[in-house]
Design a protein around this ligand. Structure first.
Ligand SMILES: [Zn+2]
Ligand SMILES: [Zn+2]
Length: 433
């Protein structure tokens, strides 16, 4: 969502930092694909902001006319992002209050890595931007089912389970919303568990800075999905269903079947969209590896006082010891430890780890983007490829990084940089001992 922060031309270091970090992940993956033919890499651009209304026009009335708006009557919100915060929106209509129900839509857009390189105007070398590919959408009845980092991880788990070729590396790009923010412990546990369950060599999540979500590839896809719903009312008899006993379930089922049918016939990036809906009565939080959202939340809130503490401590500690975290970035990776039964001798692509070790011998992750006065006017980050290829650049950046690292407060046992004193306290409850 654009809130206008970037309408001015001022340099926002955080925006550039996040973009550089994401570019660095994409360029590292393109490099291992290009140089070592590692092709089992899955990249998903993810977003959970779309909401589709039931019983009234599904999307904004402006959607049908892409370019022309009446003067003084231009849309004020992006068409996929309705301004609601409650499960139900109550709209005054005459003297009556009408309940409007929503479907919440979570999108997972696959991106294809490109192995062609280009130079920008600052003479930096990059791999070309990955291309949009298969779009997956999962629809949920917002009144019955809520979404969380765990429901998203479950969606990704199912998308991957359905694939004939399972990836060894998964990379996610997101806006920094709470359910996808690398700063959130729930996101950390949900994705860490995903990394372990899918036996991935590596899992990255890097997010855009706040107010920068428009750069996330999937944002553009919502435009096409809104277009497909122009002038459409899902379950036009919604009002009658609501008043009937059990009618809400029926209403959601009708609306979701209609939505799946329309979007299922819609193409995005030359591929039919894969869409599915979660039934209102589906016990979504049962019988799957991500069904324990409430107990994980409890253990994170109460720490040692939670009844689940002894149950979850070993898992959370294991995940901490396999994760590198810094702002807007999480990197789960198999380790080389002889006593680690999960990782030992199970790395599928050792070459991809060698590349990481070569560029950053300390933590084996992608180096933190860093601005250097003597490079690119001190306002542009070095490209991953330039860094990889130039020993001088690497030496300079490593020196500066070391100074920065000394300033940062990091866990003694793992590669977790503390975001705050509260973060440090919470982390230690699970990581130490
Ligand atoms: Zn391990
Ligand atoms: Zn730690």
């Amino acid at each position: 969502m654009c809130l206008g922060k970037n309408t001015d031309t001022k340099f926002h270091p955080e925006d550039h930092y996040c973009k550089a970090q994401i570019k660095s992940v994409m360029n590292y993956l393109a490099l291992i694909k290009d140089k070592y033919c590692i092709d089992d890499i899955l990249i998903l651009s993810i977003d959970d902001k779309a909401k589709i209304k039931i019983g009234v026009p599904a999307v904004s009335r402006y959607v049908h006319s892409r370019k022309y708006f009446e003067i003084h009557n231009e849309p004020t919100t992006p068409d996929h992002d309705f301004p609601i915060s409650e499960k139900l929106l109550i709209t005054p209509s005459g003297n009556q209050l009408i309940l409007i129900f929503y479907l919440i839509n979570i999108g997972y857009l696959e991106l294809d890595l490109k192995t062609e390189t280009l130079k920008d105007k600052y003479e930096r070398t990059f791999y070309c931007k990955p291309a949009n590919s298969q779009l997956h959408i999962v629809n949920r009845p917002f009144y019955f089912v809520s979404t969380s980092a765990f429901s998203h991880a479950k969606d990704i788990y199912q998308i991957i389970q359905a694939k004939a070729n399972k990836p060894s590396v998964l990379a996610l790009t997101s806006d920094n919303g709470p359910d996808f923010s690398p700063n959130s412990y729930l996101v950390f546990i949900a994705l860490g568990r995903l990394w372990k369950l899918l036996d991935l060599d590596q899992l990255f999540i890097s997010s855009y800075a706040p107010y920068n979500s428009r750069y996330n590839s999937i944002e553009i896809a919502w435009g096409t999905m809104s277009q497909a719903l122009a002038q459409i009312v899902l379950c036009p008899q919604a009002k009658e269903y609501i008043q009937r006993e059990g009618g809400r379930v029926e209403m959601f089922r009708i609306a979701m079947a209609e939505l799946d049918s329309i979007w299922g016939k819609t193409y995005y990036a030359e591929k039919l969209v894969q869409t599915r809906s979660i039934d209102p009565l589906d016990a979504e939080y049962q019988d799957n590896p991500f069904s324990d959202y409430e107990s994980v939340k409890d253990v994170l809130n109460k720490g040692e006082k939670s009844t689940f503490y002894t149950k979850y401590k070993p898992e959370i500690k294991f995940l901490f010891r396999h994760c590198y975290r810094r702002s807007y970035y999480l990197h789960f990776k198999k380790c080389y430890k002889l006593d680690c039964s999960h990782c030992f001798n199970k790395i599928r692509h050792r070459e991809s780890f060698d590349v990481l070790d070569e560029i950053d011998d300390k933590f084996g992750t992608l180096p933190k983007p860093i601005l250097m006065d003597q490079v690119y006017d001190g306002e542009h980050y070095a490209s991953f490829l330039d860094y990889k290829n130039s020993e001088t650049l690497r030496k300079n950046i490593k020196e500066k990084l070391e100074k920065e690292e000394k300033k940062g407060d990091k866990c003694y046992f793992c590669n977790w940089y503390f975001g705050s004193s509260n973060d440090k306290k919470k982390h230690k409850i699970f990581c130490v001992g």
